[in-house]
Design a protein around this ligand. Structure first.
Ligand SMILES: Cc1ncc(COP(=O)(O)O)c(C=O)c1O
Length: 399
């Protein structure tokens, strides 16, 4: 990985203050250009939402707002509040998540958010009662757990037994009951197959399956129209630095062909993207506090671990990693260093699970240098174990 010069410069500037370096550095320029590009190339009717779970930092929300994202996919009331604080209107919010509390649903109804994505029959009844009491009709999408999974994906959201949505096989049992609820306005389907997908064909297969379901619904239930279809997130990024990135143009072309084939022009299609938009706008930078050899392998201990950057351990994947050499004085003769070897990087926590990277080839590093993990703009701090061991929260620095 090539560390951007602005990131390196910032680290050198911070080092002058003398404090241990442990921070996220953000530059949302990549996110802004990705949103603008997607908006330009996607077929008519596609609306790009930012799934803010990837990174709820205000700079990412601002980037989404200013670069023309249609809105925000929220998964909690806390996210809704942050999105509104950033300048989005409630009508720009769409709400997905398998466990929305009555308070959260009541907030959604009373603030007039755009769509609530129903994940179960219970939730449909709960929302219907809340909307009826408020004298509103709430637009909804029904989330389906399709009988389809993308094996190679980092995380799958459909296929097999899942807590997300209702099984495709139960659609004809559940949908009529939802259509009968007077305070819900059925607008269509939400089917999110998997996250971290690099293979465009796999995601297009999901789109095709959803179109088939929509056709079935419209042919079976008089008056039911799927005018809005949400394909979820899932566009991947190249964590393993294989050189094969997700190809948004191929996705746009494939989706366009499907829309034409199914005669679905004029409908609305949501993309709620997190990783693809945010990942390359952030770097986790953490100082090397110690290097030692344990039974033949170098153990590199950094200032932050899974408390600040949990994703590599949680997903058992190495992120791109490079070292900024800081040229610090050695503490003693014989101090260990890395010299063209494959090593383990961990944090300061009292658990063997505190892994940042393993078997990673490093040319040279010394104690006091800074390990910089790339593609850390998505699911970095937001999915970390921040409270574990009560270390100071890492700064989030915006370039
Ligand atoms: C409902 C929902 N939408 C969107 C996303 C964003 O997915 P991704 O980061 O893969 O684009 C997620 C991620 O978990 C999700 O759960």
């Amino acid at each position: 990985m090539q560390i951007p010069s602005a990131v390196e410069q910032k680290l050198r500037q911070l080092a002058k203050h003398g404090a241990t370096l442990n921070c996220y550095i953000y530059d949302t320029a990549p996110m802004r250009s990705k949103i603008a590009h997607l908006t330009e190339i996607m077929p008519a009717g596609v609306e790009v939402f930012y799934a803010m779970k990837a990174n709820p930092h205000a700079s990412f929300l601002k980037a989404a707002l200013e670069s023309g994202a249609r809105g925000i996919e929220i998964a909690s009331l806390g996210e809704a509040e942050k999105a509104i604080e950033a300048g989005f209107s409630p009508a720009q919010l769409i709400y997905t998540g398998p466990g929305k509390s009555p308070e959260e649903l009541a907030w959604a109804v009373s603030h007039g958010i755009r769509t609530v994505h129903i994940e179960s029959l219970t939730e449909a009844h709960r929302l219907n009662a809340i909307a009826a009491a408020a004298g509103h009709t709430q637009d909804i999408l029904l989330r389906i757990n399709a009988d389809f999974d993308i094996h190679e994906a980092q995380t799958t959201f459909s296929g097999g037994s899942k807590k997300f949505g209702v099984d495709e096989e139960q659609l004809d049992h559940i949908l009529p009951q939802i259509l009968a609820l007077d305070s819900l306005n059925f607008r269509g389907l939400h089917v999110y197959a998997a996250s971290g997908v690099l293979n465009v064909a796999d995601l297009l297969k999901n789109c095709e399956l959803v179109f088939g379901m929509a056709q079935h619904i419209e042919q079976t239930y008089n008056g039911a129209v799927c005018d809005t279809i949400d394909f979820g997130g899932g566009f991947g990024v190249d964590y393993l630095e294989t050189g094969h990135d997700f190809d948004p143009q191929a996705y746009a072309d494939g989706l366009s062909a499907l829309i034409k084939r199914y005669g679905f022009g004029g409908r609305t299609f949501f993309l709620e993207l997190g990783r693809y938009l945010a990942a390359d706008s952030g770097w986790f930078c953490t100082e090397i506090l110690d290097i030692k050899t344990s039974r033949g392998k170098k153990q590199v201990i950094c200032a932050g671990g899974i408390n600040h950057f949990r994703r590599p351990a949680a997903l058992a994947i190495n992120h791109p990693l490079a070292i900024v050499r800081m040229g610090k004085q050695t503490l003693f003769d014989g101090q260990e260093r890395i010299d063209h070897e494959s090593v383990y990087f961990g944090g300061p926590l009292c658990t063997g699970a505190d892994k940042l990277a393993n078997d990673v080839a490093i040319d040279a590093a010394d104690i006091g240098d800074v390990a910089v993990f790339g593609l850390a703009g998505a699911y970095g701090l937001s999915m970390s174990n921040l409270e574990f061991l009560s270390h100071e929260r890492p700064a989030e620095i915006v370039l």
